[in-house]
Design a protein around this ligand. Structure first.
Ligand code: ASP
Length: 454
């Protein structure tokens, strides 16, 4: 059995939804269909989720919501009209939104999640109707009734692990096609909570793991996962045929947007292969993401980059002799609620790379003062506007000369390195560089490692 998840651009209008239905019906093993909210129809369009966020903000500000509500309803209406769907689905969607708008607003995060979830929830109902209109036995499945229980923060929820059993049991009762809304679930006390943005990928992965699917198809708008962001290197042609879970995890962590990085874990846990494919080119085999693959030594699988980092560099002579130095450094960050991303170190220095968005000027001042006071370093400097570059590949393991090749490639492009880190797994090398050099660095590395494809 296959679980397939379709992203927002695959469901943006009636034409795309028709392609989705054709894909699902072409393979009877595609039994569970996870849907996002309708996405952008073109570059200048707005995703339904963003329209819903705007609607929720309008309501929270106590302003008139009529226009923002109409904008959301219009998106579903145009799909239903173009598919000539009969019945009252649009009236039901409007009623649902009105009911959500009337909910308690005392917890803004909770109210926001209730509204955001409406995008996927109503779309799943509409898609189930569209299948039914083609004579297909298809049913909408509710995350509440099937036991998708989440916990943690609103807007950033995580799965309660007991959900797997409940979901498996509930979904085995369904006959025919199941249409399941992505992106949200319920807290134990029945409140709607969403995963982070892009979270329908997570729902799909959870369901694939719960029902022990043969494959989790993540069907989106690219033919495959590319070794490099095509917006930075437009000449990239060949996609990745097969990659491992850990390669995907490292690349999506560092900015590969094709697949939500948190979505890998449920599939990994249950060893379900993930197949990334394209709604617009269904004949393309896409990229398979699996536990192990055959590897050619000395090869790179992908190069990712992301800006928005800063680095706290602490220098202290004979730091290595001071028991607990790093522990105390991290405790200072912990007390400010700052998590670290990487921590390269030398004999007398240690660097802590963190996300800039959780490190404002006031926090920085407090952290630097405490480091000076409590650790008595020779120097502490904070570098801003850094990007991380991640060069990833199982083929990098135990291959001499990979680091030299990376460094040489960047040096030839005139890019100065702020930091180097290589994980213990040896499947990735991380470099920190100035943000403004990001695209040049990615292009240089692409031509070094994939030059013959360009
Ligand atoms: N609709 C949600 C978003 O735009 C979730 C998703 O599409 O995966 O983030």
């Amino acid at each position: 059995m296959k679980v397939c998840k379709f992203g927002g651009s695959s469901l943006a209008d009636a034409k795309q939804l028709t392609k989705v239905m054709d894909i699902v019906l072409a393979d009877p093993t595609r039994r569970i269909v996870v849907v996002s909210a309708p996405g952008k129809r073109d570059k200048n369009d707005t995703k339904v989720t963003d329209l819903l966020i705007a609607l929720a903000k309008t309501a929270l500000d106590g302003k008139d919501t009529a226009q923002a509500l109409a904008a959301v309803v219009a998106r579903y209406q145009s799909i239903a009209t173009d598919l000539a769907l009969e019945g009252d689905i649009i009236a039901r969607i409007e009623q649902d939104l009105i009911a959500r708008l009337a909910a308690d607003k005392s917890n803004a995060g909770e109210f926001m999640d209730l509204l955001k979830a409406a995008g996927e929830d109503n779309n799943a109902k509409l898609v189930a109707e569209a299948f039914a209109a083609r004579g297909v036995k298809a049913r909408y499945a509710s995350p509440k009734d099937t036991g998708m229980i989440l916990e943690g923060e609103f807007g950033n929820a995580v799965l309660n692990p007991d959900s797997y059993k409940r979901l498996a049991r509930a979904l085995s009762d369904f006959e025919g096609l199941v249409v399941y809304p992505g992106f949200f679930g319920y807290t134990v006390d029945g409140r709607v909570a969403t995963f982070p943005r892009g979270g329908s990928d997570i729902t799909g992965s959870i369901l694939a793991a719960a029902v022990r699917a043969d494959v989790y198809e993540n069907i989106t708008d690219v033919d495959s996962v590319y070794p490099v962001d095509p917006r930075i290197v437009p000449e990239v042609k060949e996609g990745i045929e097969t990659m491992t879970y850990r390669e995907m995890r490292e690349l999506s962590y560092a900015g590969f947007g094709v697949f939500n990085d948190e979505a890998i874990f449920p599939a990994v846990r249950a060893r379900i292969p993930i197949n990334v494919r394209n709604t617009n080119h269904p004949a393309e085999p896409g990229t398979m993401i699996v536990q192990t693959r055959r590897v050619t030594p000395g090869t790179v699988t992908g190069i990712a980059s992301q800006s928005g980092f800063c680095n706290i560099c602490v220098d202290k002579y004979c730091m290595n002799r001071e028991v607990g130095f790093c522990l105390r450094l991290l405790q200072i960050l912990e007390s400010e609620g700052v998590s670290y991303e990487h921590m390269p170190s030398g004999v007398d220095s240690v660097s802590v790379i963190i996300h800039s968005d959780n490190f404002d000027a006031a926090k920085e001042k407090r952290v630097v003062q405490r480091i000076k006071r409590e650790l008595n370093p020779d120097e502490v400097v904070v570098q801003h506007d850094l990007a991380i570059l991640m060069i990833v590949g199982e083929g990098m393991c135990f291959s001499a000369g990979m680091l030299a090749k990376v460094t040489q490639s960047l040096a030839s492009a005139g890019i100065n390195l702020s930091m180097v880190n290589q994980g213990a797994s040896e499947i990735s090398v991380m470099r920190a560089i100035r943000s403004e050099c990001r695209s040049d660095a990615v292009r240089a590395l692409y031509h070094t490692f994939f030059g013959e494809q360009a």
